[in-house]
Write a protein that binds this ligand. Sequence first.
Ligand SMILES: C[S@@+](CC[C@H](N)C(=O)[O-])C[C@H]1O[C@@H](n2cnc3c(N)ncnc32)[C@H](O)[C@@H]1O
Length: 283
Amino acid sequence: MSHKVPARGRFRAEAAPAKYSDAPGRAAGQTDAVTDAVGSRPQYDSHAEEFLERAREGFYNAHYDRPACLGLLGEVAGRRILDAACGPGLYAEELCARGAEIVGLDHSPRMIELARQRVPHGEFRIHDLARPLDWLPDASVELILFALALEYIDDRVAMLREFRRVLRPDGALVLSRPHPTGDWIRHGGNYFDVRVIEETWSSGWTMRYWLAPLERTCAELHEAGFLIERLIEPRPTGPAAAIDAERYDRLHREPTGFLAIRAIPDPRRAPAGASVPPAVGLQ
Ligand SMILES: C[S@@+](CC[C@H](N)C(=O)[O-])C[C@H]1O[C@@H](n2cnc3c(N)ncnc32)[C@H](O)[C@@H]1O
């Protein structure tokens, strides 16, 4: 995401999808009925160039989110990576430079155009993550990167199950999302509510996106058959201080930016749709 500074002050991350109503008595982590949605309109399409401008060298993307996710991806040379919600290809460019083979997708046609221009060796496709990845075979990618887009997806478990299916058993998923504590401080209300909000950022972009507590993201990964290997609360890297020293200091003190997770396929559970049934006694 480009940095999102909401009109009322702090930076903010992207948009989020619909809202689940949490039925009383349900176990934490269960997914309840969707009562609202972000929907499938590619919200970034009309802001694609501006996003690219802001994200290329900007504080939040270049010196905060990208170093965190690239670190979690680890060695990528020779690996086939799915860059899901790839935006204008800034990650793809870096990953290709490090020797990876990139398959990128985004539902914004303009983002895909920019990614193709930026990374001619990549393979890019317009795809809405609300739909199955039926053009990718089972176990066909070694790593999946899903940076700063979870909050726009309405049925996150279905999407994560597709990630699980196309990921090799020895692969990993790296995702980043806005830090839920920061979301809660900014938006107030009940931290545990899973809900869609709409807001206008300082950029003038009006975006819809999901707010969800940390346990929801963990539960959704679990439901989709992933094990969390690492969860980090990154701090901006050194060059960010030269861009905005006050914000740099604040994000070294406050959990109001992003977090990033590396998750691996749970070997005890077969991916949805695979022929091997899950082990007895395990979800
Ligand atoms: C904040 S940008 C992040 C782009 C890129 N991952 C990065 O970090 O540079 C969010 C991206 O998610 C994409 N996106 C949002 N909802 C999507 C969906 N349902 N399917 C595919 N892409 C989606 C947007 O079009 C946008 O390019």
